[in-house]
Design a protein around this ligand. Structure first.
Ligand code: PLP
Length: 416
């Protein structure tokens, strides 16, 4: 499905058409779902040659995949489309975002490069995977911001460069980060990585707002469960990268078995078609909610990225559990990126597995709530949030407010 000679198309057009170019020729309108677990062939010599080629360098030809764990045509359509949206040569899909990250770490460890440099905060489970050394890696954490007592002016880029060792196989960052929405200058970080591949988790921004490969990230990871699927009904993960790394990732996927189900591949391809529209609409809502929260005396701190986006995080003056208990329209649930709005308390759920001291020192306060704006009407969302915030204790009269400042596109948010 390579499109050599095709003029570059806008992101919105790619979202609708990439991975589907052959459909009209096939006499189809919707992408077919191939649920085969195996592929019949009377040519076992040919099959042997194809398996040898795959084992040697992860090469896949255009023919039937031999076995479902080696590849799937429906999943391949999603991979083609996502690579096009992220502006990379290839993409490899997995059963979940965590399966995708595990495969990346294993690929680098298999090359003898077991050391990872990472910047907190990351999604709690990603943090845990690296911290616990579950797949045999060692991690050095670099602070994104200058914590009290540390020399002012120490930038994450410098910290990354300093942390890199001869056995460093990967640098991992999230920007905007889960859950604080803290941002990084990805080009500066990529520069600091030198020859070490930079993995940027782009789950929160999506290619609609940011394409990390253009800033020098060699691997772009998504929990496809979130915005790419967009409807809260499919688990998946994907890594967009160059073909050389994609081949290694396919080999690990074949051997470890973390494949994306074809039905999930179909749903993710369908989700991509509306990704730009959904992300833009939900981002406008999140920006407006951030503005109202920043002006609310029951809220002490609002986090909203300069980049924009459909996530907003905020700290409340009273008990955050009361806000969770008080919402009725917004769903109190972990995850994000769905058509409906979700809210959760990171210290209790998404970042529960992170050591509390590490959590707090990376800016994830116990009073922080993380909200994923959906496609509902903003006034309905605000009235739900307003009512839920009414359950937290009112601030004492004349209580001092934390400083806030205007950020990009006239939105108001606190400094991340
Ligand atoms: N990366 C980020 C930023 C996430 O928020 C998540 C899940 O919340 C993951 C990765 C893991 O993805 P999954 O839940 O699909 O395994």
């Amino acid at each position: 499905m390579a499109q050599s000679g095709t003029p570059p198309r806008a992101l919105d057009t790619e979202a609708v058409h990439a991975g589907r170019e052959d459909l009209a020729e096939l006499g189809l309108h919707a992408a077919p779902i191939d649920l085969s677990t195996t592929y019949p062939s009377y040519d076992s010599r040919g099959e042997a040659a194809r398996i040898d080629a795959f084992a040697a360098d992860g090469a896949v030809d255009g023919g039937p995949p031999v076995y479902g764990r080696l590849g799937n045509p429906t999943v391949a359509r999603f991979e083609t489309a996502l690579a096009r949206l992220e502006g990379t040569e290839s993409a490899v899909a997995f059963a979940s975002g965590m399966a995708a990250l595990t495969a990346v770490v294993l690929v680098r460890a298999a090359a003898g490069l077991r050391h990872v440099v990472a910047v907190r905060p990351l999604y709690g489970c990603s943090d845990h995977l690296l911290t616990a050394g579950l797949v045999g890696t060692e991690v050095t954490w670099v602070d994104r911001w200058d914590p009290p007592g540390k020399d002012p002016g120490t930038s994450p880029a410098q910290g990354i460069a300093d942390a890199i060792r001869p056995d460093t196989g990967l640098v991992m960052v999230e920007s905007p980060a889960n859950p604080t929405l803290a941002e990084l200058d990805l080009a500066a970080v990529a520069d600091a990585c030198g020859e070490v591949p930079l993995l940027a988790d782009n789950t929160f921004a999506t290619p609609v707002l940011q394409r990390p490969a253009e800033s020098g990230a060699r691997l772009v990871l998504h929990s496809a469960t979130k915005y790419l699927g967009g409807h809260g009904d499919v688990l998946g993960g994907v890594v967009a990268c160059d073909e050389e790394l994609a081949r290694r990732l396919r080999q690990v996927r074949f051997t470890t078995g973390g494949v994306l189900h074809p039905l999930a591949g179909y749903l993710l391809l369908r989700g991509l078609a509306t990704l730009p529209v959904r992300v833009r609409a939900a981002s406008a809502t999140a920006a407006e909610l951030a503005r109202r929260l920043a002006a609310d005396p029951r809220v002490t701190h609002v986090h909203y990225p300069r980049l924009g986006g459909a996530m907003v995080a905020f700290e409340v003056r009273g008990d955050p559990h009361e806000v969770i208990a008080g919402v009725r329209l917004i769903t109190p649930a972990v995850s994000l990126g769905s058509i409906d709005s979700l809210i959760q308390h990171p210290a209790s759920i998404s970042h529960r597995v992170v050591d509390p001291a590490d959590r707090r020192s990376s800016g994830v306060s116990d009073r922080l709530l993380r909200m994923s704006a959906g496609l509902e009407d903003v006034e309905d969302l605000w009235s739900d949030l307003d009512r839920a915030l009414g359950r937290v204790s009112a601030p004492p009269a004349g209580a001092p407010r934390r400083e806030r400042r205007a950020v990009g596109r006239g939105r108001t948010a606190a400094v991340n």
